[in-house]
Design a protein around this ligand. Sequence first.
Ligand SMILES: NC(=O)c1ccc[n+]([C@@H]2O[C@H](COP(=O)([O-])OP(=O)(O)OC[C@H]3O[C@@H](n4cnc5c(N)ncnc54)[C@H](O)[C@@H]3O)[C@@H](O)[C@H]2O)c1
Length: 473
Amino acid sequence: MKNIKLINFLTAMLLLLVIAMSGCKNKCNNGENYRFEDNAIVFNAPQRVEGQTSMLEFAAEPLPVVRIGFIGLGMRGPDAVYRMTFIDGVEVVALCDLLPENVEKVQKEILEAKGLPRAAEYVGETAYKQLCERDDIDLVYICTNWQTHVPMAVYAMQHGKHVAVEVPAATSVEDCWKLVDVSEQTRKHCMMLENCTYDFFEMTALNMAKQGMFGEVIHGEGAYIHNLEPYWHEYQGNWRLDFNQKHSGDVYATHGLGPICQVLDIHRGDRMEYLVSMSTPSYNGKKIAKEMMGTDEFANGDMTTTMIETHNGKTILIEHNVYTYRPYNRLYQLTGTEGFANKYPIEGFTLMDKNLPEGFLAEGQHLNVHGFVPKDVREKIMKEYTHPIAKDIEELAKKVGGHGGMDFIMDYRLIYCLQNGLPLDEDVYDAAEWSCIGELSAASIENHGMPVKMPDFTRGDWNKVTGYKHAMK
Ligand SMILES: NC(=O)c1ccc[n+]([C@@H]2O[C@H](COP(=O)([O-])OP(=O)(O)OC[C@H]3O[C@@H](n4cnc5c(N)ncnc54)[C@H](O)[C@@H]3O)[C@@H](O)[C@H]2O)c1
């Protein structure tokens, strides 16, 4: 009798276990920051707290003079200080780095060399806090390692400063939400410095796309393919290899993704909804890590490929490879129903006669829709379809430089928008959407290419703005 009771009890428990496990198929928390729901990975998303409102199309009070504090003066930071010295109505108020020699170099070689006053100095791991606490700074410009971006940006916004932060703005979904929430709570801009959206070919193609020259753009491709072998030893404290050693996924997606998202009006009429990602094992990454870190473990695959599907059914392909021997490549490719644009390795357009203005082509000239437009037509397009925001500034941008001038246009636009009280070209939702690819793609890879639902950082407002545009006064 006792045995029968025990058997019944065990059977009931087994049944409960089976029910619980079958429920897990559709909805199951894996105990981390995401769960499995309807055959997809879904990351946790915080609620918007009361009193916190959207930053879509946010414009701050105009700042005739923009006073800047820079944090991080390694390879990237000093060039930003240099570029800003060419823009009227900018003051370099403070400089901060871990190393005093980096600060001194910028004081001497950039500020003093241009006859500008020396800036206030902050040195050490937490010295950035004192910089952020000053009351004579409007914008904190962050060029440090990825791991420090979020605490610095959050501290700066909480101390009343707008933020410009290098790419990627954050390395986890949770931190992307943090940037969104703090920006919404403090009403301060948080712009990620995605410079590739300002490159000349990308801007011209964006301008053409907005004028319908490719028909409906249905697919875009972007990448960061850049062998970093010559640079691995240069990052302060080995932060970059250290990060890649610990993280799989497309950890540097923003250069490839940003320009495509602007063409596809992401969170301005469409939104990225799902991604799937796959990666090769690590071969070359592992070798470098063995040499530099003495480890046999390396999480980041040599070649990572991610596909994204948007709400409106468009597709995006993004690649990441910083390890193998290939020519530098950001792809930048647009496929439209009536045309095509391609930047790497050959710059070209495929267009239909009917989408060019009358008289644009020579008498009797017709375009071949199975090939690129001829050189003379491409050159004429690049001239006549230069994006309006690049037109006035192109010459100075090429003189000042920064990846051929795109970095200068980015800084120029940031200051122009702040001085004129306009929404910035890249808002905090762009920063979050483009940066979250790192952790989302890692989750997909770790689950054999399982779809991952992309967070909606606008919390339902992705359809409220129609079409991507740059604000002008
Ligand atoms: N947009 C682009 O084209 C581009 C190009 C290169 C680098 N970047 C980005 O710029 C950032 C910096 O990269 P990098 O190549 O200059 O790296 P780096 O290692 O050369 O420089 C980082 C600097 O930050 C400083 N730093 C670190 N912690 C700090 C702290 N707590 N307080 C103050 N300073 C601190 C370091 O001392 C170092 O000088 C990264 O986010 C990178 O992805 C972007």
